[in-house]
Design a protein. Structure first.
Length: 277
């Protein structure tokens, strides 16, 4: 009985508290999940959190993510929203000073108003969830001055936003990052205090479109080595650029040529032998 517990019973109380935590963990792990994506429970500060695993590797999610501007009229499981928010929480932040808030918007009227305040991007209102990412910019300024306010705050929010988009992709959700909005209107719609800044709005939902991959710059175009004009010669290809893709193609071609040459050599020998006999 915890009531009136004697001093020497403290370890016993701790023991039961531990057992309870263990059973909560077991329950969290055994609980069937609402969607088909496999989850595991991991423990942070002794709280069980559900995380998706094995749904997609990181690089796949990076490549598969597309800006989705057409959504199905279908709610997304709350578990998935929470997982995306956790992904945002785990983003790298300057000095580990988390100066953001995620405002989760579900109400249809509010989503409609947000879409309107985003320069009339009405496609947004069909997404069942909006996440308004706001920063407490002053908090960062206190630590890092103007650089904190002007630069790190944006970096923090952008890192969190990208994590959210990637988690959404891995969960099979569509998402979009919206940066065009009237800040004062968004603040009004979401009842935000004056000291916060709205950084971006993320839409989440089931995609009702499969947009093609937009043109992305080639790796040779966007990389330099050691300095602005620096190019490296990929040792195997001798081509004046760096590309694992090209290297792979060259390797495969070399192997095919070697195989072909071996076959031709064998055939020639057989022909010579045939003539000799
Ligand atoms: C800072 C930023 C602001 C953006 N603002 C908008 C926006 O207001 N409306 C929109 O439809 N897409 C917006 N986007 C999405 C881009 O248009 C999109 O990422 C880009 O066209 C590349 O397509 P992808 O995301 O499918 O690779 C924004 C993206 C970023 C990073």
């Amino acid at each position: 009985m915890l009531h009136g517990a004697r001093l020497d019973s403290a370890p016993r109380v701790q023991h039961w508290a531990r057992r309870l935590t263990c059973s909560a963990r077991r329950a969290a792990m055994a609980k069937p999940f609402t969607n088909s994506i496999p989850h595991v429970a991991i423990f942070i500060n002794d709280h069980p959190y559900k995380y998706f695993v094995g749904s997609m590797d990181a690089f796949q999610a990076i490549v598969k993510r597309r800006t989705i501007r057409k959504y199905k009229q279908k709610d997304i499981p709350w578990d998935n929203v929470v997982t995306c928010l956790h992904a945002g929480r785990f983003a790298p932040v300057a000095g580990n000073v988390f100066n953001m808030r995620f405002i989760i918007v579900k109400a249809e009227a509010q989503r409609k108003a947000i879409a309107e305040a985003c320069m009339e991007q009405y496609w947004m209102q069909d997404a069942p969830i909006h996440i308004v990412v706001v920063s407490e910019t002053l908090k960062m300024e206190r630590y890092y001055g103007q650089k904190g306010a002007r630069v790190y705050t944006l970096h923090n929010c952008a890192a969190a936003a990208e994590n959210i988009l990637l988690a959404a992709t891995a969960l099979g959700l569509g998402s979009a990052w919206v940066g065009a909005f009237d800040e004062e209107k968004i603040k009004d719609i979401c009842n935000l205090p004056g000291m916060v800044d709205v950084q971006m709005i993320i839409t989440l939902g089931y995609a009702d479109e499969h947009p093609p991959v937009p043109l992305k710059r080639s790796i040779e175009d966007i990389c330099n080595f050691g300095g602005w004009h620096g190019r490296v010669e990929y040792p195997k290809t001798g081509i004046n650029m760096w590309s694992p893709y090209v290297a792979r193609i060259v390797d495969e071609t070399k192997k095919a040529v070697k195989k072909g040459a071996k076959k031709a050599h064998q055939k020639a020998r057989e022909m010579v032998k045939g003539k000799g006999s």
